[in-house]
Design a protein around this ligand. Structure first.
Ligand code: ARG
Length: 457
């Protein structure tokens, strides 16, 4: 048990207490960030004359050696250390001797862990952003190819009006684009450097906090040392943004599960992304179901950290160590889900004929039939009633509005003429909707162009 703080203690820590307290089993995940932070700290100390250049160089070399050895698997991070900070420091002292003991000058593990967590979260935000971007690229490709692919738009899971596959997928494009915006905002807001805050009250060493911030690509140092070591708002914001990403993925997964069902048959998930069952006929949408299921885990992480933080007095308290496992798990879960989901939709087949047939047989053009009457002077309420009668008639005969004869139309309302067929054709219903945001191909092409430009940046 290698501890950094043994001085005032007369007894060894109880083994169970030690294990309960230790965080090395999970905080080893940010060894790279811990070393990156230490290197910046040491450069700053030397610039301020707190360390000599020689000491700086020895420490930097030692830290780089540790990093290389851990990366290459030559140096194992083991549970004999309490946390990743102790592991790095102890190994440094083993390697270079006394100068290693100066690494922690003007620093506490409180501002150190605050820094490590920020660096880690910031790196992961960048990775997640790239994954969401790839997902958007996959969506954009589907949109481009399906501006004329008709499908029913639903409300209450009942066929409502015809839309296109491009339009439906475009709704998800908007959701994931907003998700990227949220990640961007969080990254910007959290990008202040806590190093130099010390345990809670800054230090008496003449640290140059601006310089450290700059070395680590932060916009500026944090402005209150107590807040610096006890702020986990950005973790909460991130988990909230990730919960929203999962909510979007989960809704889309739910639709894909429905579309892949025997009743819908709108899509076929590729064999590589489906799994079999003891029932030989089955091809299950397990990936979509798992993405939907894992959403609960990410929501759980958000609820957990919110609850952990709510009663913590200023400044650092050990409760905050609980931020790590759940954040790491949520980040890994989200990254895995986006990756798999993107692969699944990239390889999925859309049964365009089935989608179109389904659009025709669901009275999705009933609103357009009513609009036809309104355009011929019938008040909307009356038109609504007339079309209701048409639907009833068709349902009894098991046909679509398009299949009725003109005589049958006229028997219900004399206003109908031969041009009703054109007015309620799928093409017309969709193509006429050309205001910005509507499914008409003309409107869609414009939006797709905007998306393309957005993705090229
Ligand atoms: N493992 C701790 C954490 O994750 C590091 C900070 C510990 N600071 C301390 N004074 N014990 O929060």
């Amino acid at each position: 048990m290698a501890q950094l703080w043994g001085g005032r203690f007369t007894k060894e820590t109880d083994k169970l207490v030690y294990n309960f307290n230790a965080s090395i089993s999970f905080d080893q995940k940010f060894y790279e960030q811990d070393i990156r932070g230490s290197k910046a700290h040491v450069k700053m100390l030397a610039k301020q004359g707190i360390l000599t250049e020689k000491e700086r160089d020895q420490i930097l070399e030692g830290l780089e050696g540790i990093l290389a050895d851990v990366k290459a698997g030559r140096l194992a991070i083991t549970s004999e250390y309490e946390d990743i900070h102790s592991f790095v420091e102890a190994n440094l002292i083993d390697r270079i001797g006394d100068p290693g003991k100066k690494l922690h000058t003007g620093r506490s593990r409180n501002d150190q862990v605050a820094l490590d967590m920020k660096l880690y979260v910031r790196d992961e935000i960048d990775e997640i952003d790239q994954e969401v971007k790839s997902l958007l690229e996959a969506l954009q490709k589907i949109m481009e190819e399906n501006v004329h692919t008709y499908m029913p738009g639903f409300t209450h899971l009942q066929k409502a009006q015809p839309v296109t596959l491009a339009h439906h997928v475009g709704a998800y494009f908007e959701m994931f684009r907003r998700d990227r915006g949220r990640l961007f905002d969080i990254r910007k807001r959290m990008n202040t450097c806590p190093l130099g805050a010390g345990a809670l009250a800054g230090t008496t060493y003449p640290l140059d906090r601006e310089y450290t911030a700059q070395l680590l690509d932060f916009d500026e140092p944090t402005r209150n040392s107590m807040d610096s070591v006890s702020d986990r708002d950005y973790v909460i914001e991130l988990l909230s943004a990730l919960s929203t990403v999962m909510m979007h993925l989960s809704r889309f997964s739910e639709e894909i599960i429905l579309w892949n069902s025997n009743e819908y048959r709108f899509v076929e998930i590729d064999d590589a992304y489906s799994t079999g069952s003891i029932m030989p006929q089955k091809k299950n949408p397990d990936i979509a179901e798992l993405v939907r299921g894992k959403t609960g885990r990410v929501y759980g992480a958000l609820t957990s950290i919110l609850t952990t933080m709510k009663g913590i007095p200023l400044a650092y308290n050990k409760d905050m160590q609980e931020d790590k496992e759940l954040t790491f798990d949520a980040i890994d879960t989200v990254k895995g889900c986006i990756l798999l989901f993107t692969g699944m939709i990239d390889t999925m087949t859309f049964n365009k004929d089935v989608m179109e047939a389904s659009t025709k047989h669901g009275f999705t053009n009933a609103t357009d039939a009513a609009d036809y009457l309104v355009n011929h002077g019938v008040p909307f309420r009356d038109a609504h009633g007339i079309v209701g009668q048409l639907v009833l008639f068709c349902e009894e005969k098991g046909i679509a509005l398009d299949d009725m004869t003109l005589e049958e139309y006229k028997a219900i309302s004399p206003v109908f003429e031969d041009d009703i067929y054109e007015a309620i054709s799928l093409e017309t219903c969709v193509n006429k909707r050309i205001t910005i945001g509507a499914p008409g191909p003309e409107a869609m092409e414009k939006v797709i162009k905007i998306y393309k430009e957005y993705l090229s940046k």
